[in-house]
Design a protein around this ligand. Structure first.
Ligand SMILES: [Fe+2]
Length: 192
């Protein structure tokens, strides 16, 4: 088994981390043809890792990033977040925007048109800070789990490392948000 600290893998990761095209995957979700809304599905173990499949996976990931950005934007705009949480939400929104931008460039490099954000997302009633935090946790947990599952469908090991790095980011976000909700930030040994 390759170590993620090998020179080759570091080069691959840096390649992805730059503006050069590479893949991040999200095969735990698929996109509804009607509204680009990501929804969980069974993982496709038989995935071929072909360019076409990679593009589809990338598009699903991008759709979820769009949703996460919109959720944080809604929370920030609500004025329901206190002085401690508001800058955290802004920072996390920025992380998702960075993911979005990398995914967008990668999809474009593969000759496809990146999915766009929906005009409006239905996040239900957001009447308190806790409502917003719970919404963010639900999206972060879905993202972490989906990126983790999706990493297994990549054909390039360096890109698997890149996808896993996003899993780490989403887990950071989840833990911080759960702490703010007075919930256990590290509830188990495995993502679930
Ligand atoms: Fe996140």
């Amino acid at each position: 088994m390759n170590t993620t600290h090998s020179p080759k893998n570091r080069r691959d990761f840096l390649k992805w981390a730059g503006a050069v095209g590479a893949f991040v995957t999200l095969s735990g979700c698929t996109t509804s043809s009607s509204n680009n809304e990501p929804r969980p599905t069974a993982r496709m173990k038989e995935s071929t890792g072909s360019s076409g499949n990679d593009v589809k996976i990338l598009q699903d990931a991008l759709a979820l990033e769009h949703k996460g950005i919109a959720a944080y934007a809604a929370g920030i705009a609500s004025n329901l977040l206190d002085a401690t949480i508001s800058p955290v939400a802004l920072k996390f929104k920025g992380h998702h925007e960075q993911h979005r931008d990398k995914l967008t460039k990668t999809i474009q490099s593969l000759g496809a048109k990146p999915v766009e954000a929906m005009e409006k997302y239905d996040f239900g009633v957001l009447a308190s800070q806790d409502d917003i935090l719970k919404l963010a946790v639900s999206i972060e947990e879905l993202a972490a789990f989906s990126y983790a599952q999706g990493a297994g469908d990549l054909s390039d090991h360096g890109l698997v490392v890149a996808a896993i790095s996003i899993v780490g980011c989403e887990c950071w976000h989840t833990a911080v948000l759960k702490s703010a909700l007075k919930e256990d930030p590290a509830p188990s040994a495995f993502l679930q």
